[in-house]
Write a protein that binds this ligand. Structure first.
Ligand SMILES: Cc1ncc(COP(=O)(O)O)c(C=O)c1O
Length: 393
């Protein structure tokens, strides 16, 4: 049972309270996207709604086939959210009480919650200072006889160095589940994200590189047995209707979402290229500032879910965030509190000093507006506003 203490005081950081102006640049991602593809999406709505078939129909099947092919995988299974995609994949891998799964300290909280939903324990590792991602060395130091799975997160769209991680997993007989929620369409040494581990979970949260019109997610795998188990788990533990072999879930991706997402899948590579162009503009204009800019390893085709820089100090991040807000630019900090430092996980007893890189970056990460419908002139204005900040200090 989850104990909830509503009397507990919540500290809102000073800089969050200080952000008072609405953003002029950094808003409107999905409204602009709708202008580009809305007519085609409405066509899909008109195709699906009159059929009366709203779950597990032909549009979901086709979208799953297309997404699997796009992801260099044999199978894709549409799920109701990215969180449930992680959870169901881990259940299918057999994660349960007494088991541990290793993931990073600097991710969205549900990467770890998915482990907890299985009754297992998340074990957090620090990250590489350049890629912001886990490495095989960091993971190896945390492997115990209880370890059953590793969950690499392709943070901000930079793909994890997967070959050493897969070799480590093989040596210790561990499952690898990619959390691919930031990296739809990314590549590692020419291979697509989604095909790099034993399975991958993607979020289709609306703001992602490829988002649904609401919540959604998908799991990719090339493992036939895992595929059968995941399909069973997403739909109340059935293979045959009314025969419930295990306690499964009710977590399908809707037929309507799948049909609408098929329009987005066609655009994904183009949209990612636009994100990469915006990143190149930021890289060029900001190269002589004190900000640490995103690094791109030679094995990685980065898809920039976010453009995450590191400021020289916590104080400077606060000032920069306030300055950008003053100029009505929607800069932000993602993620400002590491998952092991969240109250939800205080029982695990982690300290900030367990994560020398992650704890610094949580205080200093500074994310700039990034989405495929951001205009190049807007990106230039964002970067020049940062130059103006540094001219004044
Ligand atoms: C890294 C990561 N993992 C998991 C999730 C969870 O996905 P969803 O919001 O679709 O449940 C997200 C989404 O925000 C994410 O960014």
């Amino acid at each position: 049972m989850t104990k909830i203490d509503l009397s507990r005081k919540i500290e809102v950081p000073e800089w969050v309270r200080g952000l008072t102006k609405p953003s002029r640049i950094g808003e409107g991602h999905l409204e602009r996207q709708w202008e580009e593809i809305g007519d085609e999406v409405m066509q899909k709505v008109k195709e699906v709604l009159p059929t009366g078939k709203y779950t597990l129909g032909p549009h979901l099947k086709k979208f799953e086939e297309d997404f699997a092919a796009y992801s260099d995988s044999k199978f894709a299974i549409g799920i109701s959210s990215g969180t449930k995609a992680l959870h169901i994949a881990l259940e299918a891998m057999g994660l349960g009480p007494g088991d541990e799964a290793i993931t990073v300290c600097n991710t969205y909280v549900t990467t770890a919650f998915a482990v907890s939903y299985c009754g297992a324990t998340p074990v957090f590792v620090d990250v590489d200072p350049k890629t912001y991602n886990m490495t095989a060395e960091l993971v190896e130091a945390k492997i115990t006889p209880k370890t059953k799975a590793i969950i690499p997160v392709h943070l901000y769209g930079h793909v994890v160095d997967m070959d050493p991680l897969m070799a480590l997993a093989k040596k210790h007989n561990l499952w690898v589940l990619e959390d691919a929620s930031h990296a739809h369409g990314g590549y590692y040494k020419g291979r697509r994200v989604g095909s790099l581990g034993h399975a991958a979970a993607f979020s289709f949260y609306p703001s992602k590189n490829m988002g649904a019109y609401g919540d959604g997610g998908i799991i990719t795998t090339s493992d036939q047995e895992l595929y059968e188990k995941i399909k069973m788990l997403r739909y109340v533990g059935q293979r045959v209707k009314f025969i419930h072999e295990v306690i499964g879930f009710q977590d399908r991706l809707d037929e309507l979402q799948a049909a609408m997402m098929s329009v987005k899948l066609k655009n994904l590579d183009d949209w990612n290229n636009r994100r990469r162009k915006i990143a190149a503009i930021y890289d060029e204009i900001l190269k002589d500032t004190p900000l640490q800019l995103p690094y791109v390893a030679d094995y990685c085709h980065h898809v920039y879910y976010s453009y995450a820089t590191i400021t020289p100090s916590e104080e400077e991040r606060k000032k920069l965030l306030m300055f950008m807000n003053e100029h009505e630019i929607g800069a932000f900090a993602m993620y400002p509190i590491m998952v092991p430092m969240q109250q939800a996980y205080e029982d695990l007893g982690y300290k900030e000093s367990d994560f020398p890189v992650g704890s610094e970056y949580a205080k200093r990460v500074f994310n700039l507006p990034m989405f495929e419908t951001l205009r190049e002139d807007e990106a230039r204005e964002v970067a020049r506003t940062i130059l103006a900040y540094y001219d004044q200090v």
